[in-house]
Design a binder for this molecule. Structure first.
Ligand code: SAH
Length: 394
């Protein structure tokens, strides 16, 4: 238990009683015990009722609730939460099957662990803290992780330099908390890929597109594919396995292009169907001909904050409009948005405007989202972020 206590203003306990895991700073009446950022605090209503226990933060979200019951936040707590998360992934049949050893083990609020992300690549866990509380607790979490996963886990790489709050002024050094013998080849649905967790974006691979890549494979036969914003080439090697006629991968980052080439080589050595180009998306799309009949658009988040939403929607409209103009008749477009602040409805509206602007006859074949190892806590709808549409363009 903790001596740090946060008391809310009258009537501000509503959302916590409905298990929403954030306390906003404006809801706080008083604070006892001088907690510092990252400390564990207990939260009480104005009437003195216990509401939850969580990590204290400086910022508009002041507390991220770890438990709505009075609980000690100790190794046993972390172990229990990670065990629950692990059992879910086992039920999803993602854990060390003959075909797959890559999955998200912990997805923040979606696993009742706000501020923590853990991805598993074969024998390595990549752990990312998004809050100071999770950063301070990283060694306890690593211990718990080791206890739950046992010998199947050999390395834990901690990677939080870019995800911790900038103002916290921590000298977080990324590095191994366990092991270090990097075996960077992992497998997703039977396809191999090389993960660079030290230098790559996010934890090294975009695990959240697994099911959408599978769906793409199903549509790829005989098609000419453009994988725009390819990063490590995930959609490209699925398209190749699906029997695509040719696959072009494009990303503005030269590092991403070299990873894509490496991954294609791992699965389809010297296959002449694939080529990769380090180019800006808009430039490539404007200059390319009408050569493709399967296009993937998976851009980075255009809006990171609500106040840039309008610009982001314009960005999605423009990007999709060029794809609609260029795709061959009978073409299929896989288009995504991973901006949390862009709703499903807004994204669909932006794509609708793009289709209308290009004057194409377009039908929605599938509406896609994030996979089950990125679960959405029903009390925290903000956890829904990935949206996709598969469109048939006449
Ligand atoms: N589809 C990928 C993930 C895409 S992440 C997968 O399945 O793994 C977004 C990618 O867009 C990043 O690799 C980034 O380098 C790239 N990117 C960002 N801005 C770009 C631009 N203007 N043109 C082309 N690529 C860009």
């Amino acid at each position: 238990m903790t001596e740090h206590k946060v008391f809310l203003k009258p009537k501000k306990e509503e959302s916590l009683l409905r298990f929403h895991p954030w306390v906003f700073s404006g809801a706080i009446q008083s604070v006892e015990g001088k907690p510092e950022e990252g400390d564990v605090v207990e939260v009480y209503g104005a009437n003195g009722r216990f509401l939850g226990v969580g990590h204290y933060q400086i910022g508009s979200i002041a507390v991220r609730i770890l438990s709505f019951q009075p609980t000690s936040i100790d190794t046993a707590f972390w172990e229990k939460r990670i065990q629950t998360a692990y059992e879910l992934r086992q039920a999803l049949r993602l854990v060390n099957t003959a075909n797959n050893n890559t999955y998200r083990l912990v997805h923040g609020e979606g696993d009742n662990l706000p501020g923590l992300v853990i991805d598993i690549y074969a024998r390595t866990a990549v752990m990312q803290a998004h809050s100071v509380g999770m950063h301070y607790t990283r060694h306890h979490i690593a211990e718990a992780l080791k206890n739950v996963l046992g010998d199947s886990l050999q390395n834990i790489y901690y990677k939080s330099e870019t995800t911790l709050p900038y103002k916290a002024n921590l000298d977080s050094e990324d590095g191994y908390l366990l092991g270090k013998d990097a075996d960077n080849i992992a497998m997703e649905n039977g396809l191999k890929f090389y993960v660079d967790w030290q230098k790559g974006q996010k934890t090294g691979f975009f695990v959240d597109q697994r099911e959408n890549r599978s769906l793409l494979e199903h549509y790829a036969k005989g098609r000419s594919v453009l994988n725009m914003f390819c990063y490590t080439g995930g959609f490209s090697f699925y398209a190749m396995r699906g029997g695509a006629k040719l696959v072009h991968s494009v990303d503005s980052s030269a590092k991403a292009i070299s990873l894509t080439n490496k991954n294609v080589q791992l699965n389809f050595p010297d296959d002449p169907r694939h080529e990769a180009f380090a180019e800006d998306a808009f430039k490539y799309l404007e200059q390319m001909g009408h050569n493709y009949n399967l296009i993937i658009l998976d851009p980075p988040a255009f809006a990171k904050h609500k106040n840039v939403l309008r610009n982001a929607l314009q960005g999605y409209r423009k990007l999709n409009a060029v794809a609609f103009e260029k795709i061959q008749p009978g073409g299929i477009l896989f288009t995504f948005s991973c901006s949390q602040v862009v709703s499903k409805e807004n994204f669909r509206l932006a794509v609708f405007s793009a289709a209308a602007q290009a004057g194409r006859n377009v039908r929605i074949l599938h509406q896609l989202t994030q996979p089950a190892d990125h679960p959405i806590n029903i009390y925290h709808p903000e956890g829904e972020y990935l949206k996709g549409l598969v469109l048939y363009v006449e």
